[in-house]
Design a protein around this ligand. Structure first.
Ligand code: FAD
Ligand code: NAD
Length: 474
């Protein structure tokens, strides 16, 4: 006898588990199925998806550990703290990261219990449209659902001729399990993962070389931020980054990995002990039996959806990395909430103009809204205020004054169109600008808001004041 639900969510990553919790909160009888091959402490497939298991959470744990190591070696001394013979115990660092992951992954099962979401262990796929309901297969069983939310996420993109074994040549999964500091680490792709993982191992002592296909560094970021980041990462921190690269051949031997590549200087060879492949991600759409029900995909292989994440099929929705838009956990969560609310008859909505981006390097990079180059290309008149952390008392006290905050506002209405930060704690500071954009605030609104002193947030305040050329401390 098939179990029947109002909503079946396929995939228990951030987009899926949040959609399931919100749907259940709204009184819908909800199930979420998950087929992660790795088991949680109860022996069931792990919830949490890429983000909790092999993405956001473990990478940030390693970034923090490696930053502490770096501080102990290079920053303590300016505070008069002498730390000699500091060593890194990589297996302990990895174990700590694994424990954090296990704790959070298990926590979602607890949330499911609390909100009465039925967890179904197994792979979910479509069987047929059955009298206005969807007949679905989950594992070996059958489920009938009125609404289906596809939240199957994404997987690392691999390159042909570069076999990932997650030992010598690794993607995000292997990069989070490296158990000793490689002397020489190669990375293909100077995107978010390349920079974050490159930073971890550089701080721990690896010689890190990143090979990027595009001629521009961090092309999606505001170019002022990208320029500053390039200076800090290459000149100050010693990351070797090659741009405009074409990978020719990758070979492995017990001695390591050889990467033949070409750039403006001709053919070159990179010899490394491990190679990280971080060239983007592809949506997980295989195995849904989509053809049987006529589910449509867009040109890039994502499930095609409208602005409310509704697919071409009645009562079938799709959220998170499997659909268009940035592959970010918080974007997927917002979509999950929107869809659950739409199903419940409410006015679910996502403001795609107010989704923040963060790169958790040091300094951190964070932005929301439009970049200066986007505004110029669109012919939108704007004014800007840019203030460095250098003049901020808190940043000086912390010994961390790299970077700046840049606020872009409409030249006529003063509405904030974008905010761009490179600097310490940028990931937290960007929240104020996200809220400002969500509320349609003007730069004057931030300028007239009291900011605690002494805090890093005063740099955002000063940047907003600077939009009107009236900064007080710079
Ligand atoms: P996923 O998290 O991929 O979850 C999909 C789930 O569906 C998986 O558990 C999968 O097993 C399951 N599944 C797939 N098919 C089926 C099926 N047919 N039946 C049952 N289950 C199925 N984003 C941020 O916002 N901040 C960060 O700091 C950040 N850091 C990252 C670091 C790394 C190294 C990586 C790789 C990604 C990072 N991301 C980050 C991106 C973030 O992880 C993703 O955007 C997010 O996980 C997407 O959520 P999702 O629920 O759409 O998909
Ligand atoms: P990415 O899109 O950020 O970067 C991939 C980079 O690889 C790009 O710069 C691209 O030009 C380059 N590239 C592509 N093909 C190449 C080739 N053949 N040779 C050399 N370079 C090549 O992708 P990613 O770093 O793999 O991360 C995947 C996604 O995961 C990100 O887009 C992001 O959505 C998410 N993520 C987010 C965070 C965060 O929010 N802090 C962290 C990690 C990952």
């Amino acid at each position: 006898m098939a179990q029947e639900f109002d909503v079946l969510v396929i995939g228990g990553g951030p987009a899926g588990y949040v959609a399931a919790i919100r749907a259940a909160q709204l009184g819908l009888k909800t199930a979420c199925c998950e087929s992660n091959p790795y088991a949680d402490p109860k022996g069931q497939p792990r919830l949490g998806g890429t983000c909790l298991n092999v993405g956001c959470i473990p990478s940030k744990a390693l970034l923090h550990s490696s930053e502490l190591f770096d501080h102990a070696n290079h920053a303590f001394i300016m505070h008069g703290i002498k730390a000699e013979g500091v060593e890194i115990d990589v297996p302990s660092m990895i174990r700590r990261k694994d424990n954090i992951v296990t704790q959070l992954v298990s926590g979602i099962k607890g949330l499911f219990k609390k909100y009465k979401v039925t967890f179904l262990a197994g792979h979910g796929s479509f069987v047929a449209d059955a009298d206005g309901m969807w007949k679905m297969k989950v594992g070996d069983g059958e489920v009938i659902a009125k609404h289906v939310i596809i939240a199957t996420g994404s997987s690392a993109r691999h390159l042909s001729g570069i076999p990932v074994d997650n030992v010598q040549i690794v993607d995000n999964e292997g990069a989070l399990q490296i158990d000793a500091v490689p002397k020489r680490l190669g990375v293909i792709g100077a995107g978010v993962i390349g920079l974050e993982m490159g930073s971890v191992w550089k701080r721990l002592g690896s010689e890190v070389t990143i090979l990027e296909a595009l001629p521009d560094f961090l092309a999606a970021a505001d170019q002022a931020v990208a320029k500053e980041a390039w200076k800090v990462f290459t000149n100050k921190q010693g990351l070797k980054i090659y741009l405009g690269v074409q990978i020719k051949e990758v070979t492995t031997s017990p001695a390591g990995v050889s990467v033949k590549f070409e750039d403006d200087n001709g053919e070159q060879l990179l010899e490394c002990d491990k190679l990280v492949v971080a060239v983007g991600r592809v949506p997980n759409t295989d195995g849904l039996n989509a053809q049987a029900v006529g589910l449509q995909f867009d040109q890039r292989g994502h499930v095609e959806v409208d602005g409310h994440c509704s697919t071409n099929l009645r009562n079938v929705w799709a959220v998170g990395d499997v659909v268009r838009g940035p592959m970010l956990a918080h974007k997927g969560m917002e979509e999950g909430v929107m869809v659950a609310e739409c199903i419940a008859g409410q006015a679910g909505h996502v403001n795609y103009d107010a989704i923040p981006w963060v790169i958790y390097t040091h300094p951190e990079i964070a932005w929301v809204g439009k970049t200066e180059q986007e505004l110029k290309a669109a012919g939108i008149p704007f004014k800007q205020g840019q203030i460095p952390f250098l003049a901020n008392g808190r940043a000086l006290g912390q010994g961390d004054t790299t970077g700046f905050v840049k606020v872009l506002a409409h030249a006529e209405t003063d509405q904030i169109l974008g905010a761009h930060i490179i600097g310490t704690n940028a990931s937290e500071l960007i929240g104020e600008a996200v809220l400002a954009i969500e509320f349609g605030a003007s730069s004057e609104d931030i300028a007239r808001t009291s900011h605690a002193h002494p805090t890093l947030s005063e740099v955002m305040h000063e940047a907003a004041l600077a939009v009107d050329k009236r900064s007080l401390h710079f």
